[in-house]
Design a binder for this molecule. Sequence first.
Ligand code: SF4
Ligand code: SF4
Length: 381
Amino acid sequence: MLYRRFPRIPEKEISAVGFGLMRLPTIDNDPKRIDESAAEEALLAALEEGINYIDTAFPYHGGMSEVFAGKAMEKLGLRDKLYLATKCPTWLVKEPSDFESLFAKQLERLKTDRIDFYLLHALNTERWERVKKLGGMEFLEKAKRDGRIGHIGFSFHDPLPTFKRIIDEYESWEFCQVQYNYVDTAFQAGDEGIRYAAEREIGCIVMEPLRGGSLANPPPAVKDIFAEYGKPRTAAEWALRFALERQEVATVLSGMGSAMQVRENAAVGSSVRPNSMTRAETALIERAAAFFKEKMPVPCTTCGYCQPCPQGVNIPDVFNIYNTASAFGRLGDRGPWYRNSVIPGGTGADRCVSCGECLPKCPQSIAIIDKLAEAHAFLMG
Ligand code: SF4
Ligand code: SF4
């Protein structure tokens, strides 16, 4: 494994690939029922491969990701062998004391007395204003002084100007976390945001390098593009390489669901240095990006923040089916699956009553109601 550093945290070496604990293996497809034995195996494989950064958050796996991480670290004796990152669920903070009580709950779940990297989760304009007003930064600084927090950062899903404002309005950020992959270079923070942060000595963590997994399983047209390279590489490797190419990026998080995925991704993190991509490689990636941009009608990362829908619509699932069917250029098995399984199961777009509850929760600002209608029409053939 290769290691990198944040400019403001030079004393710590972070593995170039980090383990995101948001897509752990589950039982019966229930996100809250983590398959602990398979997840522990993946975690141990990560440690063996030199991955030393794990990233969880209050809402991942319906709250069970932090619980799993706490249990696994205790059982396997891992707490002092890795850097632990988790995030303050900023949308749940309604009054100043909530920062303390949420943090205490997270320490309890994680069975630890300190969080090495603590982020304000999914900041946007409204949340940033509320965090400042309710004394969030004072809380973080106090927790850092008394040793409960190692380093202060934020994760982000909003337009670029907001990103710059958040960077500018607090001078002690030590790191930030942004969505970045070869399709989303000019989306949210994007290329410009990463550069902007780096110019102020704030290092970046990349999330969604595989765009919710869609870049790991591309349609044949994209596989054909990558095949022109001559050497065998998986689509996931191409996507990880793209994110690791940037000097400003300290670690690239991958939401890994098995020990095998861990080992594959760790191999990439062990071999890719920044600024090492050739012109030929860059050209292939640009062509793949153009393909996806043209074919995928919804920029959904399947993060699930819009869930639950009071009517039972499985929004990320519907968008995933729609995007996949569109990218492959045909309905394939997706249309029948939607009609014969999703709709009868009561999670299809037909259930949407346009209440709008999901709209402010989407970090990608997707016009969910309109896009659901569009997806439904497409998938019904
Ligand atoms: S707008 Fe539709 S999808 Fe969104 S929460 Fe309401 S019913 Fe569910
Ligand atoms: S619609 Fe938005 S919030 Fe919902 S899963 Fe997709 S990206 Fe996430």
